[in-house]
Design a binder for this molecule. Structure first.
Ligand code: HEC
Length: 140
């Protein structure tokens, strides 16, 4: 093999090498993007992401048939959606129309805010965002 042939071969190889690197990177980025958006939906599941917040901050007063303030039991996904004496608390896909969102996003000093003023702070911003996003994604 002459030295010029060898050089051409090296060049070819290195061109191919970079082509493969770029193509692999593109595939990786696309896989990651698809995966990430898929994950987001899975991640906001009632059991894993919403129930712990409700258990910690709401259930105390919205627990049993006998003791549920406002007639609102929050013991299951179904009852959280159904709401209490004022009707549906969650409209899947429409956080703006969901009474639950209205209550948790009210000002700290608002007497209608949930959890109520005498029960401590508003929900953490991250928890409010998570609930809103969960409802937007269909409240599953
Ligand atoms: C310290 C007790 C207490 C806690 C904790 C509490 N609530 Fe309430 N909740 C009440 C009372 C009392 C009412 C009825 C009066 C009213 O409607 O404001 C009520 C009513 C509601 C209603 C209206 C139900 C209807 O159909 O009229 C919603 C929605 C609600 N709460 C959501 C929540 C959410 C979400 C949490 C947790 C972030 C929460 N509450 C935590 C006491 C509580």
């Amino acid at each position: 093999m002459s030295s010029s042939q060898a050089r051409t071969r090296r060049q070819l190889c290195s061109n191919n090498f970079w082509r493969i690197v770029v193509a692999s990177a593109a595939v990786l980025v696309m896989t990651y993007a698809c995966h990430a958006s898929g994950d987001q939906k899975e991640r906001l599941a009632y059991e894993a992401d919403i129930r712990p917040i409700i258990e910690q901050r709401c259930l105390r007063c919205h627990k049993s048939r006998l003791f549920a303030q406002g007639g609102y039991r929050m013991t299951s996904l179904q009852s959280v959606i159904e709401g209490g004496r004022s009707g549906a608390a969650v409209i899947p896909g429409d956080p703006e129309k969901s009474a639950l969102v209205d209550r948790i996003t009210r000002k700290a000093s608002d007497p209608l805010r949930m959890p109520p003023i005498d029960d401590g702070a508003r929900l953490a911003e991250a928890d409010i965002k998570r609930i809103v996003e969960w409802i937007r994604l269909g409240a599953e």
